[in-house]
Design a protein around this ligand. Structure first.
Ligand SMILES: Cc1cc2nc3c(=O)[nH]c(=O)nc-3n(C[C@H](O)[C@H](O)[C@H](O)COP(=O)(O)OP(=O)(O)OC[C@H]3O[C@@H](n4cnc5c(N)ncnc54)[C@H](O)[C@@H]3O)c2cc1C
Length: 386
């Protein structure tokens, strides 16, 4: 016997930054919204925990008061710049204009979902894993692992890197080996951490990048990631965990800093569906956001800001669809257009720089020697019409 949860106008699958932003942006819409996640919150998400400034700007746009509370919440370490150490040891410093901070995702995501709990009439369903989704007779039908089903007018896939919605409706998943991946660990007592600075280190001997991001309470998020291009170049997937341990225990200039440090918990890894090119993000009665739409910046690995902006634009599009009673692919493609207008240039620029660096790996040393800044990179990208 099929058991139906009452109907909703909008079903948002996934309560990460994309899903939460979408639910927040729908708060005054008058639509019946369900926000559904397979986990119970607070839940951890493997991440570098760097919350880009654009994330806060997007929440400001939804509601300045909520933006203010997100800017001020306690479990964070403010960040004003990133320092990229090239293989030759020289560093490029990128100074952030906007407020940005690092915050463990278990706290950051929980803050967002609590905002939804306290400030909106969204129905939050936890411990509910979506197994199947189909579009029939002008409605979306979701079937969950527990056997329950749900009808909605629209589905918004915010269900992350292994998105069921993208696989079953969008056919938009990056092929295996094409995606980037990274591992992260929490440490306390890392020597030489400069408050306000996120460090990236690139090595001659190793493809990929190593990071140290300061957190509150003297902790740090430490990780190692590799782009899809590099993992393909090296045949078998590089063993990320081993590489991270090797850097921490052996690498000159780094290992000394970890002599008195303590590993807190396990080292964990996850995929980063980075952006490759403009693919459709929507179709009849559905939209994809955040990692489900492969929107991670291929150069910086930032995905939280893209997730939040895409959630916001998807919410705006959902409102238009109900106003016009039009849920066609053509109507939905307005979402793609608006979102690419906002983040398309940045994604294309990062993709270009990554390709350049993969083809000419020594370029990063030259950039570092010149202490190249974002202004120059932007100028080059515009000249090359990226
Ligand atoms: C190691 C690593 C480091 C990173 N570092 C950074 C960083 O420092 N800064 C940055 O900006 N980005 C970083 N990223 C990328 C960032 O984590 C993602 O881009 C971001 O979390 C995307 O948000 P999202 O809401 O789209 O997806 P997620 O945050 O992944 O949320 C998806 C949600 O969907 C739920 N879900 C999944 N499947 C189902 C299902 N079948 N049914 C119901 N619910 C489901 C999950 O439980 C989850 O809560 C990193 C990623 C990795 C792997």
């Amino acid at each position: 016997m099929e058991r139906y949860i009452p109907d909703y106008d909008v079903a948002i699958i996934g309560s990460g930054p994309a899903g939460c932003a979408c639910a927040l942006a729908l708060h005054n819409s008058g639509l019946r919204v369900a926000l559904i996640d397979k986990e119970k919150f607070p839940r951890d998400k493997i991440c570098g925990d760097a919350i880009p400034g654009q994330t806060l700007k997007a929440i400001d746009r939804i509601n300045p008061e909520w933006g203010k509370s997100l800017r001020g919440f306690s479990e964070r370490a403010e960040i004003n710049s990133s320092k990229i150490f090239a293989p030759n040891g020289k560093a490029i410093t990128l100074k952030w204009k906007m407020q940005a901070y690092n915050s463990k995702r278990i706290n950051f995501d929980n803050f967002l979902i609590n905002l939804i709990r306290n400030e909106t009439s969204t129905i939050i369903l936890e411990n509910k894993r979506l197994n199947q989704v189909a579009i029939e007779n002008e409605r979306v039908i979701c079937t969950f692992q527990d056997g329950e089903m749900l009808n909605s007018g629209i589905i918004i896939g915010c269900d992350g890197a292994n998105s069921v919605v993208a696989r079953q409706l969008g056919g938009n998943m990056p092929s295996k080996g094409d995606s980037s991946a990274a591992v992260r660990a929490y440490y306390s007592g890392v020597y030489g951490i400069k408050p306000g600075i996120n460090e990236f280190h690139l090595f001659k001997e190793l493809p990929g990048y190593f990071w140290i991001f300061p957190l509150d309470n003297g902790m740090a998020n430490v990780g190692f990631g590799i782009s899809g291009n590099n993992s393909q170049k090296n045949g078998d997937a590089v063993n990320l965990r081993n590489n991270l341990n090797k850097i921490i225990t052996d690498y000159p200039g780094i290992s000394d800093r970890f002599k008195g440090a303590k590993l807190l918990g396990d080292t964990k890894g996850f995929g980063l569906p980075v952006w490759k090119n403009k693919t459709p993000l929507s179709g009849n009665r559905y939209m994809l956001c955040g990692d489900a739409a492969s929107l991670i910046d291929p150069l910086q690995g930032h995905g939280i800001d893209k997730a939040v902006w895409s959630g916001l634009f998807a919410a705006e599009q959902a409102v238009k669809c109900f106003k016009t009673n039009n849920f066609s692919s053509l109507q939905m493609s307005e979402y793609d257009k608006n979102l690419y207008k906002k983040i398309g240039f940045e994604l294309a620029r990062s993709s270009f720089i990554l390709k350049l660096m993969t083809r000419f790996p020594r370029l990063i040393n030259s950039f570092a020697r010149l202490d190249t800044n974002l202004k120059l990179i932007n100028w080059m990208a515009r000249k090359l019409k990226i």
